[in-house]
Design a protein around this ligand. Structure first.
Ligand code: ADP
Length: 306
């Protein structure tokens, strides 16, 4: 359905995307997971035809993308990171406006707008100005706007940023439902839990490159990550000292140490001894089974949220 081959994009001297390739089959939910500045929005913006790649090709539904291609435009629903709503207008007015942009008109538009507003749980509040909406409500309207023309592919760029937990859960449910109904989805996030929960396949992106991709299980096998030990200390620990002593991938962020472990049962005592020998008071220890955070740490030596 979507083929991305070796695309690049620079802003002046900043190489935001440095040769990214991936393919997505119809009906898949593909996650682009990476920290801030990794190149996720730039990639999504090229897929959205906001600007072309400097090099490389993108095909959607077998058609090479170009700004003027209305067939591709009709196939794509876009939920950009920046909420694209007119604050002074009501949700209803916003949604009708976006419908007209997508070429949906008259009764068909009003029916679809009503269905979608009910689906995102905001039909009863449709007459209120969007400026009085919470971040989560605005995002839900934004998702509804992207679906007015019944696209085949939905591109979502970090749709849960600035969203309350209740709306966040609802957004997950909406996306899962769309995917179950057969929609092809690309979802960018810097939250590994979101990628794990929603996506059939995940591309881990860092510094403009996809450093690994596959299903969650494939990624864990590729990077040989079993467990992750998380230690919260009373002070900022010394990452280099811990790396030298523990001889595994260790990353420190504020007072938290993340340690990759082949077998946490074996390594735990060594970790505790090393920390207490260094004079760190341990406030809390968590052991997690291999997850995407661990895969990212193994691949890059840093935490996703550094
Ligand atoms: P992400 O979405 O993963 O946070 P972005 O694609 O927004 O990453 O950014 C990738 C890199 O490109 C970053 O270094 C960012 O600062 C830079 N960048 C993004 N947009 C612009 C722009 N309009 N002008 C200059 N640099 C940009």
């Amino acid at each position: 359905m979507i083929d991305v081959k070796n695309i690049t994009k620079s802003y002046g001297k900043t190489q935001a995307v440095r040769g990214i390739s991936f393919s997505i089959k119809e009906g898949e939910c593909y996650g682009l997971l990476g920290p801030n500045g990794a190149g996720k929005s730039t990639t999504i913006n090229m897929l959205s035809m906001l600007f072309p790649p400097d090099a490389g090709q993108i095909t959607i539904g077998g058609i090479a993308i170009a700004k003027s291609n209305t067939r591709i435009k009709n196939m794509l629903g876009i939920v950009p990171q920046e909420i694209a709503l007119y604050d002074k207008f009501s949700a209803w007015e916003n949604i009708l406006f976006w419908g007209s942009i997508y070429g949906v008109k008259g009764k068909a538009l009003e029916d679809k707008a009503e269905d979608l507003l009910k689906w995102v749980g905001l039909f009863d509040r449709r007459k209120e100005a969007v400026k009085d909406y919470s971040g989560g409500m605005k995002r839900r309207i934004n998702i509804a706007c992207a679906l007015l023309h019944s696209p085949k592919v939905l591109l979502l760029d970090e749709p849960t940023v600035g969203v309350d937990p209740q709306s966040r859960n609802l957004i997950f449910e909406l996306i899962q439902q769309l995917n179950k109904e057969g929609m092809t989805i690309i979802y960018t996030t810097h939250y590994m839990e979101e990628a794990e929960k929603l996506c059939n396949r995940i591309g881990i992106i860092d510094k403009g490159l996809i450093i690994a991709q596959g299903t969650l299980d494939e990624l864990k096998t590729q990077s040989n990550v079993n467990d992750m030990i998380l230690v919260d200390c009373n002070q900022a620990p010394d990452e280099k000292m811990l790396n030298d002593k523990l001889k595994t991938t260790v990353s420190v962020s504020e007072n938290r140490i993340s340690i990759l472990s082949g077998d946490s049962k074996k390594d735990l005592t060594r970790v505790v001894t090393t920390c207490t020998d260094a004079g760190y008071e341990i406030n809390r220890i968590d052991i997690q089974k291999g997850n995407l955070e661990g895969v990212f740490l193994k691949m890059t030596g840093k935490q996703l949220r550094d």
